[in-house]
Design a binder for this molecule. Structure first.
Ligand code: GLC
Length: 792
């Protein structure tokens, strides 16, 4: 019963069916083609935006209000008003469910034999959203309906609409023209670089059914003192049909439908962006039923290709389900929108996308979308200065840095993703390709990575450890190193990892400069880390400006941190110590619901450490189970060969598993990762929070495939190095790699996690455990035997 009281997955696991609309947090889906995004809740709430959420908002959104706006369809019959959304009318229905699908959403409601389905889709090839209304009269009586689709408009910027609503609406214009409603905004106050101009796009709303009336004025639709639960237009049937000049704006239609017993009616509505006048001419094309059908099929196919692409079959069906379908769905969507501010939980109106996060989300495009990954790499390079420095964020559509210098770690995530990309694509020549930086300097891709390493290395303490400055990966440790003396062990380890990766690349590719100095950085870092970061039982997290240690044995708060220990493994520090350290992490931080970021959490604010101490204990960066970071812990355990712990860490945070095991406690969607699960010191321990909003999707997928299944790209080919739970005997997996498909069967001796690996490819034994790429567009059969002794 995955999802406890909220619903369940369908048989194939391709849909999550919400059966209870009364959820604490909405269940969310992103319907998107990477440009237009309709962020939609299980009751049709949420908002749509184009390119950049805070600047190109289409409809209104305000979370956590009891009258959250949304895309509603009111149905009026002689005995009352109801909606397939369930909200905002909340009328008694005979049945209701919401199917959350890959790229679509469908609300299905029934009342006294009348079925009303409301489906939403964003096509791949047009920047609009479809609302499909489908009515079926299954009763034995003729039904007379008045139907009112309704949506409240934002038109442009989110922030002024919240803080200065009554001034912001003065720029609204909505007209009825050529059978459609068209909305625009005459002012777009997008910071000082673009004053005195209008919102550069318009929004249309049109349908296949000729409306019997329409509304553009919210006040007319709702009526004085009314609300969306009982709009006056619906109760009276009166639509003003007037234009809107500077008033709260809506799109609403009225349809009158008579349905004899057994009859059906389908109405297609399209709401979308028009950049140019010609775009309005295409609206009637968008509305053609066959065009919609084709687009629905294409969208389905797109997501099914992803779902059925890389697949793994382990003895645990819930792992298979999540990793094969929903993890990839989320990773693809987060590749586009994570950190875009287009989120339910964080919609600050802040235009800045985080460089660190979107650089990491490049992993979400691998293995299949190599071109997208490359484009994103190039895009990030254009945001990087020739000295290797970057800003914390950037304005996406303008490709402009935010103006706030990046934390010490920020730039390093770009090369990390570049290394993943190079290994996946095998495109070693890319290292020598000329790229152009933000300040217009041309250099090779490898040199840019070198500059990034150099830039971080310049910011080090006298002990040769990277500084903490205003925070590292953990943005919330933002005061410990403000004065420039505190050190970050995690960032130091990250830099060491980068150096090691760089040196490996230098040994294989031409045109990789500076390997001599990178080698000396690596050895200085390694020495400093072993000398100053080892605390006897684990690696500390850092020091503050006064030289006090964060993450040391005996500390009242933050005694042991996961990240500085998992990254010690990832960076290749001493095998003996890292084993002791990760054992300590297992004992002290790994719970049944995942691995905590650190423990104990801060119960009271400490201004010398920073925001981390100000969050309620167990939430966000303050000792939560942070899913992004748990991926690194899992990776570390797998690298150390501890397959049981790696599996526990991986499995225990899977949303379908959390939801199945913790039922109503989990609260977050069972089909996508949340940013974190509330940690063990909170009374809400186990609740998932800030769903979708996480870099975890990409990392978790790569850690599962690359380090647990152990199937991961290297420069020389596809490495097979599984680290499985001791009691697993067999796994099969299918993966695309550099132009061929590999069907891999792994058989393992019971009782071990890792062992000697014997491999045959298409029936022939190979030397070692790296498959040389075939690149021949065909399928290859790989049989892998893992045994304690080898050669059985
Ligand atoms: C959030 C941010 C990410 C940061 C992490 C820890 O996930 O998006 O950039 O690294 O929190 O502070």
């Amino acid at each position: 019963m995955d999802g406890a009281g909220s619903g369940h997955f369908d048989k194939e696991g391709l849909e999550y069916i919400v059966t209870n609309p009364r959820l604490v947090y909405p269940y969310i889906n992103y319907l998107t083609n990477g440009r237009y995004c309709s962020f939609i809740t299980h009751t049709g709430g949420g908002y749509s935006f184009w390119k950049q959420a805070p600047a190109y908002g289409i409809n209104l959104w305000a979370p956590a209000l009891d009258n959250e706006p949304g895309r509603f369809v009111y149905i009026k019959e002689e005995d009352g008003v109801w909606t397939p959304n369930w909200r905002p009318v909340r009328a008694e229905l005979d049945s209701w469910q919401c199917r959350i699908g890959l790229g679509y959403q469908r609300l299905e409601a029934e009342r006294r034999g009348l079925k009303a389905w409301l489906s939403f889709l964003v096509p791949l090839d047009a920047d609009l959203e479809y609302w499909i209304l489908h009515f079926i009269n299954d009763s034995d009586k003729a039904r007379h309906l008045e139907v009112y689709p309704y949506v409240e408009l934002l038109l442009g910027q989110h922030m002024p609409n919240i803080i200065s609503y009554y001034s912001n609406i003065l720029f609204n214009r909505v007209r009825h023209a050529d059978g459609m409603l068209v909305a625009e905004k005459t002012y777009w106050n997008r910071e000082s670089f673009m004053p005195n101009r209008e919102w550069p796009v318009k929004v249309f709303f049109a349908s296949t059914m000729e409306p019997a009336g329409y509304e553009t004025l919210r006040d007319e639709f709702i009526g004085p003192g009314g609300g969306t639960a009982e709009p006056r237009a619906v109760t009276t049937g009166r639509m003003s049909g007037e234009d809107n000049d500077g008033r709260p704006a809506v799109f609403a239609h009225k349809y009158v439908i008579d349905l004899p017993p057994g009859a059906e009616e389908r109405i297609i509505i399209a709401m979308g962006i028009a950049e140019r006048e010609e775009d309005f001419d295409r609206v009637s094309y968008h509305l053609r039923p066959e065009v919609y059908e084709e687009r629905f099929e294409a969208c389905n196919q797109y997501w099914l290709d992803i779902a059925y692409g890389e697949t793994a079959f382990t003895p645990d069906y819930r792992i298979n389900h999540f990793a094969n379908i929903w993890n990839k769905y989320q990773a693809r969507i987060c590749f586009w929108w994570y950190r875009s501010d287009g989120s339910y939980f964080i919609c600050s109106g802040n235009e800045h996308w985080g460089f660190r996060d979107s650089a990491q989300c490049i992993l979400g495009a691998l293995p299949r979308f190599l071109e997208d990954a490359r484009d994103r790499i190039d895009y990030h390079i254009r945001l990087t200065r020739s000295d290797g420095s970057v800003d914390q964020g950037y304005i996406h559509d303008l490709a402009m840095p935010s103006g706030i210098p990046g934390n010490i770690d920020v730039a390093m995530w770009l090369p990390i993703s570049i290394f993943f990309y190079l290994k996946e694509s095998g495109d070693l020549a890319a290292a020598d390709e000329v790229v152009r930086t933000l300040d217009g300097v041309e250099m090779s891709l490898a040199e840019l990575v070198y500059r990034i390493i150099e830039n971080v290395w310049m910011r080090r303490s006298p002990r040769n450890l990277v500084l903490m400055e205003k925070g590292d990966w953990n943005d919330a440790i933002n005061y410990a190193g403000r004065e420039g003396r505190g050190e970050s062990i995690m960032a130091s380890e990250q830099l060491l990892y980068l150096c090691n990766e760089y040196l490996e690349l230098a040994s294989l590719a031409g045109g990789v400069p500076g390997s001599k100095s990178v080698r000396s950085v690596a050895s200085a870092l390694q020495k400093a880390l072993e000398e100053h970061a080892w605390d006897g039982g684990w690696y500390i997290r850092g020091t503050n400006d006064d030289g006090e240690v964060i993450g040391a044995r005996g500390n009242e708060h933050g005694e042991i941190f996961a990240n500085s220990n998992s990254w010690a493994v990832i960076a290749g520090l001493s095998g003996e110590r890292t084993t002791i350290a990760m054992d300590a992490v297992r004992e002290r931080l790994l719970t049944e619901r995942g691995c905590a970021l650190f423990l104990p959490g801060w119960k009271n604010p400490d201004s010398d450490i920073g925001i981390i101490t100000r969050f309620a204990v167990g939430t966000k960066e303050n000792a939560a189970i942070f899913l992004h970071a748990t991926a690194w812990a899992t990776m570390a355990w797998a690298l150390l060969g501890d397959g049981d712990t790696a599996m526990k860490s991986y499995r225990s945070v899977l949303p379908n598993i959390r939801s199945a095991e913790d039922g109503d406690l989990y609260k977050s969607e069972p089909y996508v990762y949340a940013e974190y699960i509330i940690g063990p010191e909170s009374e809400y321990f186990g609740e998932g929070s800030h769903s979708w909003f996480t870099g975890a999707a990409g990392w978790q997928w790569h850690v599962f495939w690359g380090y647990i299944l152990g199937i991961r790209p290297t420069y020389r080919g596809l490495l097979i190095d599984p680290c499985l739970p001791a009691d697993w005997e067999a796994v099969s997996a299918r993966r695309w790699f550099r132009g061929a498909i590999y069907e891999i069967e792994i058989d393992k001796e019971i009782g071990i996690s890792k062992g000697a690996v014997d491999i045959t490819v298409d029936g022939k034994p190979i030397e070692g455990n790296v498959i040389t790429p075939h690149g021949d567009d065909t399928v290859h059969t790989v049989k892998v035997k893992v045994t304690e002794k080898g050669d059985v």
